[in-house]
Design a protein around this ligand. Structure first.
Ligand code: C2E
Ligand code: MG
Ligand code: MG
Ligand code: MG
Length: 288
């Protein structure tokens, strides 16, 4: 409500704003119900080895197929869930469902789960995530979490402990959207980070802007010297792949390879991978 803005405020009477506020309130209530009912579901986007073009895992991306509003993306409901204090419920629900989906794959590929910055301030996060893994019988070694640099600016020591605890129990750690937030390079060396995800804003312009290529090259050099893997986000054009390989990038992700897929399509994709790799019955490896 517009209470805080003072009684005489003109904004109070703008029809568009009232509608917006009412709509947002409705969505907030609905988001809570949607999480509880498992209506917000995981989709999966392939992570690809740039050299071999093999799928080496999937990023889990939350989607809300809304009965009336159509498909709602995380940019809409994640901030609402955060404001409503529901981000942990959402994360655990997405993880639980993703484990159930991934457990049925014909190849046990790893999954990467996004964690909101404030969740790294929750000292019980490791117990919560590992509790879901235990309940689902899903190995910690198949889970990677994606955190952002912004998660490290609050209470770094708490975040560091949460990350270290997860890492100690076999969960891998990826630094998401690298280069787009508040980086502190000193943090990098203090955390057991396995993978750096280079933000799409740099990746998309490496062939057209030499500065972007220089930045990407520097990020790759840095992560290599720290024994971390690099993955380029948002690859949409084939030309980027060769350029990224030249710069020494290991992995890629983007619409060029695949959009995020629903659980069913992901299962089919994984089955096709298994077929192409040649299962024991000897189905064709020599015709690709
Ligand atoms: P992100 O973690 O950086 O995820 C990558 C985003 O880039 C995804 O958007 C993906 O669909 C999009 N993307 C992938 N390839 C391409 C490409 O080639 N071109 C372009 N233009 N975009 C590409 P999405 O699914 O809308 O997710 C947006 C953000 O929402 C994610 O960014 C992540 O920060 C957050 N998010 C998604 N699912 C979850 C979740 O379960 N929990 C939390 N806490 N955050 C989530
Ligand atoms: Mg991510
Ligand atoms: Mg990202
Ligand atoms: Mg990004």
């Amino acid at each position: 409500r517009a209470k805080n803005e003072g009684r005489g405020s003109i904004r109070e009477f703008e029809p568009g704003m009232v509608l917006e506020t009412r709509e947002r309130g409705a969505i907030e209530i609905e988001v809570g119900r949607a999480i509880a009912d498992g209506q917000i579901v995981p989709h999966f986007q392939p992570l690809v080895d740039l050299r071999t073009q093999q799928v080496i895992g999937f990023e889990v991306l939350a989607r809300w197929p809304h009965p009336e509003r159509g498909m709602i993306g995380p940019d809409v409901f994640i901030p609402i869930a955060q404001r409503a204090g529901l981000i942990t419920d959402l994360t655990l629900s997405i993880l639980r469902q993703a484990c159930q989906v991934a457990a049925r794959w014909s190849v046990p590929l790893p999954i990467a789960l996004n964690i909101a910055p404030e969740q790294l301030q929750d000292r019980w996060l490791p117990e919560k995530l590992l509790g879901v893994l235990a309940e689902q019988g899903f190995p910690a070694g198949r889970l990677e979490i994606e955190i952002t640099e912004n998660a490290l600016v609050a209470d770094f020591e708490t975040a560091r402990r949460v990350i270290a605890s997860l890492k100690n129990q076999g969960v891998r750690i990826a630094l998401d959207d690298f280069g787009s937030g508040c980086s502190s390079l000193s943090h990098l060396s203090q955390l057991p980070i396995d993978k750096i995800k280079i933000d799409r804003s740099f990746v998309k312009s490496i062939t057209t802007h030499p500065q972007s290529a220089t930045i990407v090259s520097a990020i790759i050099g840095l992560s290599r010297s720290l024994s971390m893997t690099t993955i380029a986000e948002g690859i949409e054009e084939p030309a980027l792949v060769d350029h990224l390989l030249t710069l020494g990038c290991d992995l890629g992700q983007g619409f060029l390879f695949s959009r995020p897929l629903c659980a069913q399509d992901t299962g089919i994709l994984v089955q096709n991978l298994a077929d192409v790799c040649g299962e024991p019955d000897g189905r064709a490896t020599d015709n690709d």
